[in-house]
Design a protein around this ligand. Structure first.
Ligand SMILES: Cc1ncc(COP(=O)(O)O)c(C=O)c1O
Length: 419
């Protein structure tokens, strides 16, 4: 078995995460912890350089502009996404990336004959993916299982799913990892949608892949390594990978990017000219006519969060130094998940009843990183089988200095074991 960090974990914790001594922090899928060196590197750069608004032409502005370009490239390389084929748009969080795609589809659909687009999403989708359906005027479908998706991909016309109606534009969305139970969904669906002759002959069908949870602990070259099989649009929450800064990203397969350039809204930064005089209103978006053409220029409205992007550059450097690779993180977190799972599954009341009802896979399943991320969803039950309210579980955990995530679910799914 590959050795990842060995005893270095304790050393890293001591030097880089002194703030974690306040308790056992287990809510990494909410936001992971930031390393001390990344914060120090960021403040050092801020204090020793003059960074201006990259939309200006003065030297401090140019320094920021160059820095932003470099960090954008570095982030793409970190994800295993070749900048030749992919572009990266900085946004506030994964939800903002989803909204950008959804609004573009809505705007483009309005220009089409039917006036609307079809939207299909998997039942494991996070609430932020589900919300896209409100732009479809009722043309949406929630796939209730993986099998239903597979059937639809194999023979869209005969699978009993005919939800497109007269729409000629369609979007299929699903998460790489369920935020509820950590289950990982097949990556292959993105490529299947693109290669389905039936789908592509009948509709413009694109994929929106939610990697917010997956990217925290999985090497993303599995997603972007083969451009032909990669999603058209992928949303990410970068603070979930690095802890800081609070940023998100939309990774766009360049070949599919034209759809986003047709959105209606424009803001400072995404147009070259605006006319508002004499009863005329017109604008010129930063589209392919602008040289050099860069997809992200037409999609990042307003001033970029350039200080946060500077911090991201530091976070990338420190992350590589401390953790070596996402492959290592994947192996390490997979081992921890297996250990936690077996510990929770073994807990019993004196009458032999299980203490936890666990909502994911099986003991072997959780150790397979292709199928399970490092999230374990569970309820606590009393000896007579009653559920303990999550508020009570969280209260007790807080008192014990263990910080977990509790509450209602942001997804609709969940298969369970235990009881
Ligand atoms: C799978 C998944 N998608 C989307 C989101 C939303 O991310 P954000 O709040 O950064 O927009 C989350 C957040 O936990 C998530 O886990």
């Amino acid at each position: 078995m590959k050795d990842t960090y060995g005893d270095r974990v304790e050393d890293i914790r001591l030097k880089e995460y002194p703030h974690m001594k306040h308790g056992v922090y287990l809510d990494h899928s909410g936001a992971t912890m930031y390393a001390k060196s990344a914060i120090e590197g960021f403040t050092h750069k801020m204090a020793s350089n003059l960074y201006g608004n990259p939309h200006s032409e003065n030297l401090p502005a140019k320094l920021s502009g160059t820095m932003v370009d470099e960090v954008r490239q570095d982030m793409l390389y970190f994800l295993g996404a070749d900048p030749k084929h992919f572009d990266l748009v900085f946004v506030a969080n994964a939800t903002a990336a989803i909204k950008l795609v959804a609004e573009s589809f809505r705007d483009l659909a309005e220009k089409s004959q039917s006036g609307r687009f079809w939207y299909g999403y998997h039942r494991d989708a996070h609430t932020s993916l589900v919300g896209v359906r409100e732009y479809t005027h009722g043309r949406h479908h929630c796939f209730g299982s993986d099998t239903e998706v597979e059937r639809w991909l194999q023979s869209p016309g005969t699978a009993g799913i005919n939800h497109f109606g007269e729409s000629d534009l369609a979007l299929f969305a699903y998460p790489g990892q369920s935020n509820m139970c950590g289950r990982r969904l097949p990556l292959s669906w993105n490529g299947h949608v693109r290669h389905s002759e039936h789908l592509q002959n009948t509709y413009i069908q694109d994929t929106l892949f939610d990697a917010a949870a997956l990217a925290m602990t999985s090497p993303m070259n599995k997603v972007f390594g083969n451009v032909d099989e990669a999603p058209d649009f992928t949303c990410l929450s970068l603070y979930k990978i690095f802890g800081f800064p609070d940023l998100g990203a939309l990774v766009i397969r360049k070949e599919s990017g034209h759809i986003l350039t047709l959105r209606k809204y424009f803001g400072g930064g995404t147009v070259t000219m605006v006319g508002t005089m004499g009863g005329q209103s017109w604008h010129r978006s930063k589209g392919p006519q602008v040289h050099p053409y860069r997809l992200h220029d037409g999609l990042e409205d307003g001033t970029l969060p350039f200080h946060s992007i500077l911090a991201l550059g530091e976070a990338l450097t420190v992350h590589r130094r401390l953790f070596k690779s996402m492959e290592f993180i994947s192996i390490h977190t997979s081992r921890l998940t297996t250990r936690l799972y077996s510990g929770l599954a073994r807990l019993q009341h004196v009458n032999g009843r299980a203490v936890c009802r666990i909502y994911c896979g099986s003991a072997q399943g959780v150790s397979d990183s292709a199928k399970q991320g490092p999230v374990i969803a569970f309820n606590v039950k009393t000896a007579n089988g009653q559920y303990v309210p999550y508020t009570e579980v969280e209260r007790l955990a807080n008192n014990a200095g263990i910080f977990i995530r509790s509450g209602g679910r942001c997804t609709k799914s969940g298969s369970s074991i235990g009881d």
